[in-house]
Design a protein around this ligand. Structure first.
Ligand SMILES: Cc1ncc(COP(=O)(O)O)c(C=O)c1O
Length: 371
């Protein structure tokens, strides 16, 4: 049996050809940013956004957005307690205060109620994460943010291809970000994208992305960031993006394959797809219900013994040493985040998974649960 990988891309001759073109020809004059600009334009159009800025990764895209919005010291930003730290590091970069809120027990994203509970007079923004491709109650969150004057930011790093009531992930909020990390649905190795509609905010973020210089000049008016993309990296993203339906289709095939193969096991949760939602399912997560007496930590010891890979569900950020002293408050305020994390694992989501791999992982999970 060949090795089963947790995550990884699908690369074809199309990508090879386009990247080779960028390496050969993408250096002089207009060609130097040809693939960056083409990828940005097509990505923005696909998501019904006016503007896109490619960045070195999603973490920097979020940082650029927070900086562009002028979020800084004294401001509070609400984030979900369960997500990858790349969603939230930007708040600390800007010396603002990170406020962890609880997640929903079914879709594992923030809810209007959990956000409302975390709001204070200093709340400036909320970063809503489409975790694993799952969609939160965007209508309810938007209503709350509008009523309370809070900036709504979408971290869609994991949600390429997801749709909520006819609107694609990447269209919600003042700005939305994507990741093209090696493990994501489309990849540039490292890479990210910031999507915006507001012209002024776009110009500000563009300025912040390239050393605070006036476009086309060598005249810097502020010390800012160097978060510029590279044409060859963008060429890979552009090529991958031509295959978006196929790649999202494969992700959904993996998720459906697990759903079918695990359907006989009661009391487990996998990524949901409620009415009105299409889930892009970057990765399938599995949460063990109480009847199994199974925890994340036991599963992570036992699954490798079966020769299979597994990863933990995201740890509550408030429990990590990266956020010292935040655990007591996190445990008290965000019990669903703690409970879900302690009983959740991620299943393999590599784009090279086969039927045989899905069979093997599902058989392993049956063995793990004594079924
Ligand atoms: C939800 C979420 N946000 C942000 C990031 C950060 O993305 P990147 O690694 O491109 O900085 C990731 C990715 O790994 C992620 O899964």
């Amino acid at each position: 049996m060949s090795e089963i990988y947790m995550a990884g891309p699908s690369i074809t001759e199309l990508e090879e050809r386009i990247v080779l073109d960028a390496v050969r020809n993408g250096w002089y004059g207009k060609q130097a940013y040809h693939y960056v600009e083409t990828f940005e334009a097509e990505f923005a159009k696909y998501h019904d956004r006016r503007h896109a800025l490619m960045t070195p990764n999603c973490t920097t895209a979020l940082h650029l957005l927070l900086a562009g919005l002028g979020i800084g010291e004294g401001d509070e930003v609400i984030v979900p307690d369960c997500t990858w730290v790349g969603s939230t590091a930007c708040v600390t970069y800007q010396r603002a205060t990170t406020v962890f809120a609880d997640i929903d027990p079914i879709h594992w994203c923030l809810t209007p109620a959990s956000i409302a509970k975390a709001i204070t007079p200093r709340t400036k923004a909320v970063i809503v994460v489409d975790l694993f491709g799952n969609m939160p109650d965007w209508d309810g969150i938007k209503k709350l943010c509008d009523e309370r004057g809070i900036l709504m930011i979408e971290d869609a790093a994991e949600a390429l291809g997801s749709i909520y009531r006819g609107t694609r992930a990447g269209k919600f909020g003042v700005g939305s970000t994507f990741s093209f990390h090696r493990t994501k649905t489309i990849t540039t190795g490292e890479g990210g994208m910031l999507l915006l509609d507001n012209e002024e905010l776009f110009q500000r973020c563009k300025f912040l992305r390239d050393h605070g210089r006036q476009p086309g000049t060598y005249f810097n008016t502020e010390i800012t960031f160097k978060y510029m993309p590279f044409n060859v990296q963008a060429a890979l993203g552009y090529a991958q993006f031509q295959r978006i339906d196929e790649l999202v289709g494969k992700k959904r095939w993996i998720w459906k394959g697990f759903r079918e193969r695990l359907a006989d096991i009661p009391d487990i949760l996998l990524n949901p797809e409620p009415e009105g939602v299409t889930n892009g399912v970057w990765a399938t997560a599995l949460v063990f219900g109480p009847s199994h007496g199974m925890t994340r930590d036991i599963a992570l010891v036992e699954i490798p013994k079966l020769g299979l890979p597994a990863r933990p569900f995201f740890y509550p950020l408030s429990s990590l040493p990266a956020y010292p002293g935040r655990e007591p408050e996190g445990r008290k305020n965000n019990p669903i985040a703690y409970h879900t994390s302690e009983h959740g694992i991620n299943l393999p989501c590599a784009l090279n998974l086969t039927e045989h791999d899905l069979d093997a992982v599902s058989k392993g999970l049956h063995t793990l649960l004594g079924r």
